[in-house]
Each structure stands twice: as C-alpha cells, then as structure tokens.
Design a protein around this ligand. Sequence first.
Ligand code: ZN
Length: 285
Amino acid sequence: MHRTALVTLRHTATMSVRSQPSSNMAAFREILSKSKHVAVLSGAGVSAESGIPTFRGSGGFWRTYQAQDLATPGAFARDPSLVWEFYHYRRELVLTKEPNKAHFALAKFERDLELSGRKLSLITQNIDGLHQRAGSQKVIELHGSLFKTRCMSCGEVAENRNSPICPALAGKGAPDPQATAVQIPKTDLPQCHCGGLLRPHVVWFGEALDTAVLNEAEAALESCDICLVIGTSSVVYPAAMFAPTVARRGVPVAEFNLEKTPETYNFQFHFEGPSGTTVPEALGV
Ligand SMILES: [Zn+2]
C-alpha cells in the first residue's frame, strides 16, 4: 500500500517537469564551459559503435543463448565451462575492436578538464574496457570488466588480459548455433593461485552491484554540476535511477542517444545520433 503510493507520487512529480528537451548545442556548450564537475554515464550504445554486441534483444545470440541465459550465478554453477566459453569469446572479440571517437573525445576531455582544475567522473555500464584503451584514466565500472577475474574461493579480484585466458579455451567459444560445448573440466578452467576457480568479475543478472563502486558513482552524481548520459536507454537499474535523480536536483542533464528514451523529456538536452559524432561536437574536442 505504502509502496504503491510512493510510486504514484514519483510518477506525478516526473510528469510535471515534462517538456521538450533542447537540442541546442551552443547552449549546451555554454553551460558545460562553466561547469566544475562533469559526470558522464555511458552505456551499450557507445560500445555498439565499436562493434561490441550485448547479446541482448533480437539477433543478440551466442549459439542459442542470450546474455541473460549465461550471465547468471546459476548458469556458472551448473556449467562453468559453457559460461567461460561465452566470456572467452567476448574477451577475444573485444580485443579485435577499437575505441571510437566518443571514447577518445571523453579521454581527451578528462585531460583538458584536469588542466583547468576541473573534474570528470566517468561512470560506465560497459564491461569492455574501451574507455581505458582510449586513454580515460579514471573509470567507474558499474558492471565490472571482461578483463578482470574474481576467485570463487578467496575472492581476489585481478586484472587479466591473457589471450586466451587459459590453454583449454584456446580456439573455443565459437558463436554459431551449431557449435557444441567442449565441457572443459574445472581444473582446466581459469584458476586462482590459491587453487580456486576464477569467474569473470562482471555483475551478473540477479547479482547486486559492488557497494564501493556504487557509492563512488553516487558520490560523483551528487556533487556534479552537469551530467551527460551517453548511449544508454537508462532502463537498467540502478543506473536508470541516476540521471533522473540528478535532473530532479536541478542539474542540467544532456542525453546523447540514437533515439529518444523513456527519460528524454525529464532532461534539459537531448542530442540524437551516433555518439561518435555528437559527443566530440558537444565536448569541443
Ligand atoms: Zn583464490
């Protein structure tokens, strides 16, 4: 009862601020030039422009599976070999791709801001590490990284860019629907120095975000004076809450996306098109 009332209240509050967002780039850049702390939230759309698939939605299959079938603790417990084949494929695929103009623009913008004593907080839902490869120094990875592992026994998190990640996965992970699972024994899957089984350090469906990472993201969003939402439809929680919360604080939010999203009308600016085009123009880099 209480919960329903709260949801209704928030819905009403959201409705009341709806208006057409501006796509005036000059007006946006004027506000951006005066900001001291810029928060950026980037999502799958930025990666998609580098050719990185999400394995979600129509056509988003690996073999006969989608991400939500394999990116779960249950799937890993049942069949760690199959899940590792999927992640091995994703890691190897990302290594063949390059950061795009949006990634590079954000990296340069971070350096430019620092030189003028200002600050960028880059929060990403992406797990491909392309922001770092483009030169971004400080990236808050909400959903973890394809290139980090976590030990199922001792919990140690470690960077891992080995290709392949272990000898048994070499040449495995073919994505076509006819490919058969290789059923690698646990002892031949990626192992920790403690002897435990390693898993990808990514947040799977049904798992909570890392508290420290979430706190860092929330702190950035609470102190920023402008927020850019790039290539995300803002439907994945809790990230979906971030930008609307910032907007309700009265801080300008600019959305960069291929299309309008459920939140578009709560934001001050909306720039439609590929982020590789709109983001460099908006940042003036
Ligand atoms: Zn361990």
